[in-house]
Design a protein around this ligand. Structure first.
Ligand code: GTP
Ligand code: MG
Length: 352
């Protein structure tokens, strides 16, 4: 289980002060009070949105303030209310008051909202304070202060994309290149022993990628690290299948792919049916780069797109991610079409 977290500070808008003012009319030396009320401050509202997958955006901006109400004006004019500030979060986000350690809400459905900080009420103007004894009150109420809070968001993440391939092909290097995750990388097989998740943002789209231990032939019979860890990618929607260009036989590149697919199928036929996007890694090494054309041609013959990337230099990764995210969007749309009540991250609530 991987929990995405964010801590932010929110402040609702203050209420505007009530106004002290008196009527001025010709021939009336002391007009009555006509100070208007201050406007209410805007509240900070948290809203669940199904388009969002992670809390990544809150790593860059952490302070949020709603608009304050305007002060009241003369002639009984009410000050303008401050606008509410709506902060979108992914469906499945649980909101806590950090200091009080209090849960404020569990936003389980698209469109659900909670008020995280309430705007201050505007103060009343002096026209409210006239009495029979005091016809010209020189007092008005100040606006209330808006609430402020430190919030903690918690979101259970499920991987959207699984990274598969033989040991040492560069799966962890790829994840560390595209996310803030820092899995162990080393020049020997089975460096990764447990699944690692990373949050990836690509042109405003977000997804969670899972890096898992490498698979080898016979894994389903227990060779290498076996296939038990495949359960961590069972509920992903797209697989990134990496091939080491140094290892691949350029005449029969599909051979390596078939071995992996056989292992996936032995674990779960459903897993082997997930869409896979293929890339040859390590194209920064000249001998590897020389193979790319031929390997790509073999894939193309079968109508399968093939990308050439380097997890070290970053070459080719952007267009590869374009393809991965495009497929992911297709899968998400497909899922919603068949089950409109299910939103993309609701399964996160059910646990892993
Ligand atoms: N030249 C080059 N080396 C790479 C590239 N990607 C990974 N490597 C190297 O390949 C080796 C294996 O990389 P890892 O990222 O640990 O591979 P992995 O697929 O996660 O391996 P396991 O966890 O053992 O399955 C390391 O020495 C990396 O530095 C690449 O694009 N170019
Ligand atoms: Mg690894």
């Amino acid at each position: 289980m991987f929990i995405d977290e964010a801590v932010i500070y929110v402040k609702a808008g203050d209420g505007g002060d009530g106004c002290i003012s008196f009527r001025r009319e010709k021939y009336v030396p002391f007009g009555g009070p006509n100070g208007g009320d201050g406007g209410n401050g805007g509240s900070v509202i948290i809203e669940a949105r199904k388009e969002l997958q992670t809390l990544l955006d809150f790593r860059y901006k952490r302070h949020f303030k709603a608009e304050s109400g305007e002060q009241g004006k003369g002639k009984d004019m009410h000050g303008r209310n401050g606008e509410d500030l709506i902060l979108p979060v992914p469906v499945g986000t649980v909101v806590f008051d950090k200091r009080e350690k209090l849960m404020l809400g569990d936003l389980a459905r698209h469109g659900e909202r909670i008020i995280a900080a309430k705007g201050g009420k505007g103060g009343r103007g002096n026209s409210h304070f006239a009495t029979s004894v005091n016809q010209a009150p020189k007092n008005a109420e100040p606006g209330e202060l808006g609430e402020e809070r430190e919030l903690r968001f918690e979101l259970k993440l499920l991987a959207d994309v699984g990274i598969i391939g033989f040991p040492n092909v560069g799966k962890s290097s790829f994840l560390s290149r595209i996310s803030a995750a820092r899995p162990k990388i080393a020049d020997y097989p089975f460096t990764t022993l447990t699944p690692q998740l990373g949050v990836v943002s690509h042109y405003g789209k977000q997804a969670v990628f899972a890096d898992i231990p490498g698979l080898i032939e016979g894994a389903h019979q227990g060779s290498g690290l076996g296939i038990r860890f495949l359960k961590h990618i069972e509920r992903t929607r797209v697989l990134v299948h990496l091939v080491d260009l140094m290892e691949v036989d350029e005449k029969k590149p599909m051979r390596l792919v078939e071995v992996i697919n056989h292992e996936l199928n032995s674990f779960s036929p459903k897993l082997s049916e997930l869409p896979q996007i293929f890339a040859g890694n390590k194209n920064d090494i000249p001998e590897a780069a020389q193979k790319v054309m031929r390997v790509a041609a073999c894939f193309k013959e079968q109508g399968i797109p093939f990308f050439s990337i380097s997890a070290v230099t970053g070459e080719g990764i952007s267009s590869f991610l374009d393809a991965v995210f495009a497929e992911l969007e297709r899968q998400r749309a497909h899922r919603q079409e068949f089950d409109p009540n299910q939103v993309s991250s609701d399964s996160a609530l059910k646990g892993h």
